[in-house]
Design a protein around this ligand. Structure first.
Ligand SMILES: NC(=O)c1ccc[n+]([C@@H]2O[C@H](COP(=O)([O-])OP(=O)(O)OC[C@H]3O[C@@H](n4cnc5c(N)ncnc54)[C@H](OP(=O)(O)O)[C@@H]3O)[C@@H](O)[C@H]2O)c1
Length: 292
C-alpha cells in the first residue's frame, strides 16, 4: 500500500489519478471531505490532521511506500514532514518519496527553508534507519497558469519582473516520474531536480498562449502592495503564510525561478511536456478551440 499525503491539494489531485491508473494501491490522507472522491477508485480513505504523530503512525500501518506531498505555506511544514518521516521509519516503511522544491537552499523564501530542513531530516533518518528515500525537487508547475481563469480575465498574474524568466514543469510528467521511482528499485538516496524545457519571460508566456488559443492575453505583474488584496484567502490571519508569500514575491521578482531540463528527460525517457502542449491540452479539456 502507498500512502499519499496532501491528496486534496492542487498537486495531489493531479498526481493521484496517474498513480491509481498505474496500478498502485493507495491510501490517501487529508482533512477535507472531498477526499471521498478517491473512494470510487478503490483508494483507502483516511481523514486526519498530519500535525499529530499518532495520526501519522496510524496512517503508516499496512503501508510499505509513502509519497509525501507537504502543505502549502504552513508554519508547521518542516515539523509535519519530520513527523511523517519518523512515523514511516518507526513503522518499517520501505520507501519514502518526499516532494520538495528546486533550489531549497534559496533561503530568501521561507517555504524553501522549510523544505530544506525536511530534506535534511529525511537524509539523516533514511541513513540511520535504512529507509529507502528519494527527494524530488520540482520547479514552478504549469497548472499555476490556470487556463480558464486566463481566458475569463484576459490575462494572468506573475510574480517575476517582465525581463526575468521562469522555468516550468508539468504535473502529469511529475506523476509519471513518481510512478517510476515507486516502481523501480534504483532510486534510493537520490535527489532529482525536475524541470521542463521552457524558461520564459511573461510576454513569451502570453505569445505561446496566443499561438495555441488565438487570444491576446495580458501579463500582470504582482507587486508587494497587491498581495493582500489579490490573495486574501492565503493570508487572512496567518502571519507565516503572509510572510512566505511576500518572500516568494520578493525572490521571483528579482531572480525568477530556474532549473535544468536534463534530469526530467532522463527519467521520463522522452522530452518533457512544454508549455505550449500544456496550454493545448487544457484548452481541449475545457472545450475551447485550439489553433494550429
Ligand atoms: N505550485 C508549485 O509550483 C510548487 C512547486 C514546487 C513545490 N510545491 C509545493 O507543493 C506542495 C503542495 O502544493 P499544492 O499546491 O498541492 O498545495 P495545496 O493545494 O494547498 O494542498 C496541500 C494539501 O495539504 C493538506 N494539508 C495541509 N495541512 C494539513 C494537515 N494539518 N493535515 C492533513 N493535510 C493537510 C491539505 O489537505 P485538506 O484540504 O484535506 O486539508 C491540502 O489539500 C506545497 O508544499 C508547495 O510549496 C509547489
Amino acid at each position: 500500500m502507498l500512502l499519499v499525503t496532501g491528496a486534496n491539494g492542487k498537486i495531489g489531485s493531479r498526481i493521484i489519478p496517474i498513480l491509481i491508473q498505474k496500478g498502485f494501491k493507495i491510501r490517501v490522507l487529508g482533512r477535507d471531505p472531498k477526499l471521498e472522491r478517491y473512494r470510487e477508485f478503490g483508494a483507502d480513505i483516511m481523514f486526519g490532521d498530519a500535525t499529530w504523530p499518532r495520526v501519522m503512525a496510524e496512517a503508516m500501518q499496512g503501508c510499505d511506500q509513502v509519497f509525501y506531498i507537504p502543505p502549502r505555506f504552513s508554519y508547521q511544514e518542516t515539523k509535519m514532514a519530520q513527523i511523517a518521516i519518523d512515523a514511516a521509519a518507526d513503522a518499517g516503511v520501505r520507501q519514502f518519496v518526499l516532494m520538495s522544491v528546486i533550489h531549497p537552499h534559496m533561503d530568501t523564501m521561507l517555504h524553501h527553508t522549510m523544505k530544506l530542513n525536511a530534506e535534511k531530516h529525511l537524509i539523516y533518518k533514511g541513513l540511520s534507519h535504512k529507509l529507502n528515500y528519494t527527494i524530488i525537487q520540482p520547479v514552478h508547475f504549469h497548472h499555476n497558469l490556470v487556463v480558464d481563469r486566463i481566458i475569463e480575465e484576459g490575462g494572468f498574474y506573475h510574480y517575476n519582473s517582465p525581463d526575468i524568466p521562469m522555468a516550468y514543469v508539468n504535473c502529469e510528467d511529475i506523476g509519471e516520474v513518481v510512478s517510476k521511482i515507486l516502481s523501480e528499485n534504483c532510486h534510493n538516496c537520490a535527489t532529482y531536480q525536475l524541470c521542463g524545457p521552457d524558461y520564459v519571460v511573461p510576454s513569451e508566456v502570453a505569445e505561446i498562449f496566443k499561438k495555441v488559443s488565438g487570444r491576446d492575453v495580458v501579463p500582470k505583474q504582482v507587486k508587494d502592495e497587491d498581495l493582500e488584496e489579490l490573495w486574501p484567502r492565503f493570508v487572512p490571519d496567518d502571519p507565516y503564510a503572509k510572510e512566505a508569500l511576500f518572500h516568494m514575491q520578493y525572490t521571483y521578482s528579482r531572480f525568477g525561478f530556474a532549473g535544468n531540463k536534463n534530469v526530467m528527460e532522463w527519467l521520463l525517457g522522452r522530452a518533457s511536456t512544454d508549455l505550449e502542449t500544456y496550454f493545448q491540452r487544457e484548452l481541449q479539456r475545457l472545450g475551447y478551440p485550439v489553433e494550429g
